[in-house]
Design a protein. Structure first.
Lengths: 412, 412
């Protein structure tokens, strides 16, 4: 079962937008057992769309087009496909109802251009869009399946996972693939590779490992191929159990888990609360924690003490400590943690103080120097890190490291 | 002058790696006046390479292939192109010297596979690679230029900017393109389209407009084509001046500007400081402000008052207000703004309180209901919004809206 992807959008070709859809679609389809033969980025142009579609139909069984479905005049995919399949546009009341509901929830008027978005080629089945006004389209023609979806990632993704992939899975007898990604925080790719080399060498022939590093997190993607999905799943789970003994502390979750989710669940389980006192991370840890729905159950709040005077006035860090040891020190971060824990009356607290960069370094404290403190019911643990030279990556690494340290504290 | 890009690599198609090369190449070529017609991602497969190249040659004058030039057996591009152009591989001493030098600097031995990388198809001119062992290849055939380069971005980029583009610029009388993107915050794509339809219709034939929406921001990309870049620039600037009169308040910047940067500059210019009191945005506004290097000049800090008791104890929001009007109300957000401004002693303050969702709504306050307050030297301005149903997008929209409101306050 071969698929080809056609991403429509001038913005992709002139480099205004990086094509993340192709990578995401490639990953999702591959995990389902559908091989992606080719991905193409083309112009918002009728001739280009028809040409790309015609070529793709010779090569692939499933063609997924993204883009060009918006309400403005650049968006020509629907009319082009309608003509290509020799169909006519027909008003679809259910789709219109969805458009009205969506715009209403945003307090927006329904414009004529939005009403036109409810007109669908008769030859297709509309694919509902929960997050935008443009429905997707599912065409079947001469044994091929052609799917057209919006290019906006948060509209596209649920339509793929919730509608397209389930139907493709039902329809085709796909080669079985079972994939599970192990998530780690706290060691770099090379160090992990060394630590698990014995495990990796011992993997059976039908199981492969890919290292997918990001700032602060290394994902280990394990893929098994074979005929029986249940059997593959058992095999992979057995390998993961073995993997744990090689890298016991750094694994925090699987697949699409996030540290903030995992920590949130642990806090809920323990009936505990947390607050954060942030300097260089500038509120990013609070942002991660509050990105989880229901976090108000365990997250009380934060003080972002960016200026040193705020560290003193709001968190009780002593002027003596700030003067003698500096803002980026074990003493300061310990006092920040103690201060926020007490003030916000939470069971746990995270405090971070460091030099995100690019400026701010001193001879003994280069850019990337970061102190993290975790205050628990009993004690305050502190640790120093040297993250790197890049500001945003330092912020990200510091935040993820602090959440992992909190996870260790909570897990015991 | 049309170009087509062919990125070779299985890892792109299975979604292991996001294709950033296509976006970067698209931007660089477009700025030079070379229009990218199409970008394709294909497998590391001889047949696929030949097919893609053959198709591209019918459409474009310049074809750029990336990938498949490494020292391992997956890397088949060179042999495939050599055969396609009916050439033979010939050892190139200068290239070999570069390989020896490079590996020596990294303390590596020169392997047989590296020596083979110095064998170049006789039909091409080798393109030197300063950062890797694989040379690029420049072929000319039947009036077309075909360039093959490594897929590793830091190897590819200097070869494009230092070798390929200068030679293409010399060779061709390129149409000039001038592009500028206008950034707006505060109106949706459809509303903007209506507000500027008269301006859009009146655009001269050589100037086009594309709408690039994101949550909270709509980018308007204006492209002019013609013979004289300076002239095009003048034309575009004149159109943008006219555009301002149609949508006077929502334009905050151009091209790669961000609201947090623009606001930071205004604060610096005014010698002013800001603090934030955040509830539903959970520290995200502080995170945006602190993502800018040097923000410690104007950002003092924040209180993330996620729990209502923290709104009371840290920001002085009265229990009476919380009980009678609720946390998501004009009164609460006004008191939050007053509280943080006073406590952190800043010239300006942002306060946000809302229902990010998906839970938390009441009959009169649906998910997305958000109050924003901006406190300035003179007064506190408040405004209510209804953003939408999606938690992360509500957080993003609320943060961007508050920064825009602060910008209005600062700009007068």
């Amino acid at each position: 079962m071969l698929a080809e992807i056609i991403n429509i959008g001038d913005e992709l070709l002139i480099g205004q937008v990086v094509n993340t859809n192709a990578a995401w679609l490639g990953e999702e389809l591959t995990a389902t057992g559908i091989a992606v033969l080719r991905s193409n980025m083309i112009r918002d142009d009728r001739e280009q769309i028809i040409q790309a579609l015609t070529e793709a139909r010779k090569r692939a069984d499933i063609i997924i087009l993204t883009g060009g479905l918006g309400p403005t005049k650049d968006d020509i995919t629907k009319q082009t496909l309608c003509d290509h399949f020799e169909s006519t546009l027909v008003f679809h009341p259910e789709t219109y109802g969805n458009i009205v509901r969506l715009l209403g929830a945003r307090g927006r008027k329904v414009m004529e251009r939005n009403r036109k978005q409810a007109e669908i080629p008769e030859a297709c089945t509309p694919i509902p869009n929960e997050h935008g006004t443009a429905p997707g389209m599912w065409f079947e023609n001469n044994g091929k399946i052609i799917v057209s979806l919006p290019g906006v990632p948060y509209e596209l993704k649920p339509m793929i996972t919730g509608y397209v992939i389930p139907r493709l899975s039902e329809r085709f007898d796909l080669h079985r693939i079972y994939q599970k990604t192990v998530l780690t925080q706290g060691m770099g790719e090379s160090s992990i590779a060394d630590a698990i080399s014995e495990w990796e060498s011992a993997l059976p022939g039908n199981i492969s490992l890919a290292y997918l590093p990001q700032p602060g997190i290394v994902r280990l993607r394990i893929t098994a191929v074979g005929d029986d999905r249940e059997n593959l799943k058992t095999q992979v789970e057995r390998q993961i159990l073995k993997l744990h003994s090689f890298i016991p502390n750094i694994i925090f979750g699987y697949n699409h888990d996030t540290l903030e989710e995992v920590v949130g669940s642990l806090l809920n389980k323990n009936g505990a609360t947390v607050s954060t006192a942030e300097s260089c991370t500038g509120g990013y840890i609070a942002h991660l924690l509050t990105s989880i729905p229901g976090s108000s159950d365990y997250f009380a709040g934060s003080v972002v003490a960016y200026a040193n005077r705020i560290k003193a006035s709001e968190l009780g860090v002593s002027q003596h400590t700030l003067r003698s040891e500096g803002a980026v020190s074990e003493a300061t971060v310990r006092e920040m943690a103690r201060g926020i824990k007490k003030r916000f009356n939470t069971a746990y607290a995270i405090a971070v103080s460091g030099i995100a960069g690019p400026t701010g370094s001193t001879p003994d404290k280069p850019v990337g120097t970061t102190w993290i403190a975790i205050a628990g019911p009993g004690q305050i643990r502190t640790r120093k890190f040297l993250f790197g030279e890049h500001r945003m990556r330092n912020i990200r690494k510091a935040a993820l490291t602090s959440l992992q340290m909190l996870r260790w504290e909570l897990a015991g």
